[in-house]
Design a protein around this ligand. Structure first.
Ligand SMILES: [Fe+2]
Ligand SMILES: [Fe+2]
Length: 404
């Protein structure tokens, strides 16, 4: 029989405290596997900050990828309706119980209220209970249940027909809600030791736990931008905005934020070359040789400046995506890629080769779409090499190496 630990939770986000409990259980009980069971729609609590089940699942996968014997169990995530632990555990038992002994791992605070859970006796009929001693508010536990831990575990052992195993866990005073608060306050450093690197990167890439962009911002900015751009440029801008929004929703990036970047990406297109050079000079924005010879290439960098100065956008990711949209750059972040691609494939574009394939690819695999665009751009621009911005080539070389 396999010994399988089950650790449930919202995992919003999964953190080192969860991993620590799972590692302890694996080693303390010599478990063959530990299954992480993210809650779909938990009956007891709301999923905070609108972080979807998809992101929570991806974060769990990222966190456990390099851990021995840790696996994801997405049975609750796949369900459309809320479910209780007893339902899931009975289901797992029915499916795997012939070859597995299940150890349901719970914290000491949950344990204190275990007899108030829905159908604790049905949970106990299909698995053993492992109680991880966590840092906790002792007063709250006392209030919920007046019995001391030892007395309580004895009572439960008699009342429910299963083993209750006490598991000592080194105290890690971490909670997902505290981590969310830190992230919203922009204190990423506070989280460095609380989150696995892969989870921290995932959160940064997908901009999770950030303040929301209101939909009304699109309306306000659109009116301003329309006044500044020529009609054809404004039409193109709308195309980029909608395409960026769609790419964002497919690739798990905040949609409105991507639309704002799309809406402003060409906001410096309306300026003359002299004006663009003048702004760069006054704002001490670096101008390369090729940009000096072809100042229209500066509309990205100057656009980022205008987005901040004139449209009050201070978000560094939005400004960066606008700044690099003409050439791309090595190691682009997700929003950089979204804007770069949206600019190339928006519905008014019809001249570039392979457009249909690039459109399809960009939604299915953003890096594959990006690379096709870079390849075609370099090929097109190499017809007159002196006009090619070296950054375009550098970006292409960077992603070519990644492909290898
Ligand atoms: Fe542009
Ligand atoms: Fe554009």
């Amino acid at each position: 029989m396999k010994k399988i630990g089950i650790l449930g939770g919202t995992f919003n986000p999964i953190h080192e405290g969860h991993l620590n409990i799972a590692r302890c259980a694996r080693d303390f009980l010599s478990l063959d596997e530990v299954w992480f069971l993210p809650a779909g729609t938990p009956p007891h609590k709301d999923v905070a900050e609108h972080v979807s089940a998809w992101h929570r699942k991806n974060m769990v996968n990222a966190a456990i990828a390099s851990e021995r014997a840790f696996l994801l169990c997405d049975i609750e995530l796949e369900k459309k309706t809320p479910c209780y632990s007893w339902e899931t555990l009975e289901e797992l038992h029915a499916q795997y119980g012939q070859n597995a002994d299940f150890y349901f791992i719970i914290g000491e605070d949950s344990f204190a209220m275990f007899d108030q859970w829905v159908h604790p006796e049905r949970i106990c009929a299909v698995c053993k209970i492992v109680v991880a001693k966590r840092p906790l508010d002792k007063a709250a536990i006392k209030k919920a249940h007046p019995m001391a831990f030892n007395e309580r575990i004895e009572t439960y052992r008699q009342k429910f027909s299963t083993e209750f195993i006490e598991m000592p866990v080194e105290v890690m005073d971490i909670s997902s809600s505290y981590i969310r608060k830190c992230l919203q306050a922009g204190e990423m450093e506070t989280n460095l030791s609380m989150l696995p690197d892969a989870v921290l990167s995932y959160i940064a890439e997908h901009q999770l736990y950030q303040a929301d962009y209101p939909l009304s911002l699109i309306d306000t900015l659109q009116k301003k931008v329309k006044r500044e751009l020529k009609p054809e440029r404004f039409e193109h801008t709308l195309g980029v905005m909608y395409t960026a929004g769609n790419l964002a929703s497919v690739h798990g990036y905040p949609q409105i934020k991507a639309m704002v970047a799309g809406l402003l990406h060409d906001c410096a297109k309306c300026l003359s070359d002299e004006k663009r050079l003048d702004i760069c000079h006054k704002q001490k924005i670096t101008v390369t040789d090729i940009e000096n010879r072809h100042p229209h290439l500066l509309h990205g960098k100057v656009g980022a400046y205008l987005a901040k100065k004139k449209y009050d956008i201070t978000d560094p990711q939005v400004l960066h995506a606008i700044a690099v949209h003409t050439t791309g750059c090595p190691d682009m972040n997700l929003l950089d890629k979204i804007i770069y691609i949206a600019d190339y494939i928006e519905p008014h574009r019809d001249k570039a080769p392979h457009l249909e394939e690039i459109r399809r690819k960009s939604f299915a695999d953003i890096d594959a779409g990006l690379f096709m665009i870079l390849e075609d751009s370099v090929q097109y621009l190499s017809q007159s090499p002196s006009d090619m911005d070296p950054m375009t080539l550098e970006t292409y070389e960077y992603y070519k190496n990644l492909q290898k």
